[in-house]
Design a protein around this ligand. Structure first.
Ligand code: AMP
Length: 249
């Protein structure tokens, strides 16, 4: 079983992003970038499946500028076998990425694609769903558990009322939620080994799909700053403030 894992280069989750002064976007110059955290979980799941003998190959794929090679090396250091960069300088949106991933999936013929449930930069939560629709494959989003049977994958999802388990026929697209696993840290020897693993670069233009942006970002703004709190002497003062100042009771 071959597993394809799409990984996105995003602003590191520890960075406090700042809106550009002209409100056209967020400041990316000099900002630390990293693999999207949900994609690390997807890579971990795929690598565990290979280590358990259920998968034969784990292929990481990223769409973006040549800087995404760094993200792919991180996936290789975690244990992916090889990587594909679909290179483009075009600003990608979920539909464009889904089309590129479809072209890669048609070439690679994986039995399962494990995406992250969402990218923490655009928070779109769309790419995996669009990819499944374009391929005509079944999809299960927000996976917190995956088990494979004969030609099927069972995916458990956390829903409001509890847990839901879906059985999908392979090939399928699954998106990884936070509790699927805890991703490993790449060890230094594995980081060194990853430098020698194959990383193919494909020009997005050679895949013959339309990746032109469909959405225009109108304006970015910082959330309103929080006002400081106050200490109250007793419950009576708290109730008084809630009733007469905050007017919430
Ligand atoms: P999104 O729909 O943007 O929230 O992204 C959901 C998931 O799609 C991510 O967690 C990745 O697995 C995948 N994805 C999105 N953008 C890219 C990209 N540029 N390259 C590779 N995978 C991506």
């Amino acid at each position: 079983m071959k597993i394809l894992v799409p990984v996105k280069r995003v602003v590191d989750y520890n960075v406090k992003v700042r809106v550009k002064s002209d409100h056209s976007g967020v400041e990316l110059a000099g900002v630390k970038m990293a693999m999207n955290p949900f994609d690390e979980i997807a890579v971990e799941e795929a690598v565990r499946l290979r280590e358990a003998g259920r998968a034969t190959e784990v292929v990481a794929v990223s769409c973006g500028t040549s800087a995404s090679q760094e993200t792919l090396r991180a996936a290789l250091a975690m244990g992916a076998d090889r990587a594909i960069l679909v290179e483009t300088d075009v600003e990608l949106q979920p539909l464009g990425v889904a089309r590129l991933l479809k072209a890669v999936a048609e070439r690679e013929q994986p039995q399962v694609v494990i995406c992250g449930k969402q990218a923490i930069d655009d928070d779109a939560n769309q790419t995996g769903q669009m990819l499944a629709a374009l391929l005509g494959w079944p999809q299960a989003t927000f996976a917190s558990r995956m088990t494979f049977g004969e030609g099927v994958v069972n995916v458990t999802r956390e829903i409001d009322g509890g847990l839901e388990t879906l059985e999908l026929k392979l090939p399928a697209v699954v998106t990884a939620d936070l509790r699927l696993n805890e991703p490993r840290y790449a060890t230094l020897p594995n980081i060194m080994k990853a430098k020698k693993k194959p990383l193919d670069v494909v020009a997005a233009g050679d895949l013959g799909v339309d990746i032109a942006p469909r959405l225009r970002q109108v304006r970015h703004a910082e959330p309103a700053a929080r006002k400081g709190g106050v200490k109250v002497a007793d419950v009576a003062e708290l109730v008084n403030k809630l009733r007469n100042e905050a007017k919430v009771i």
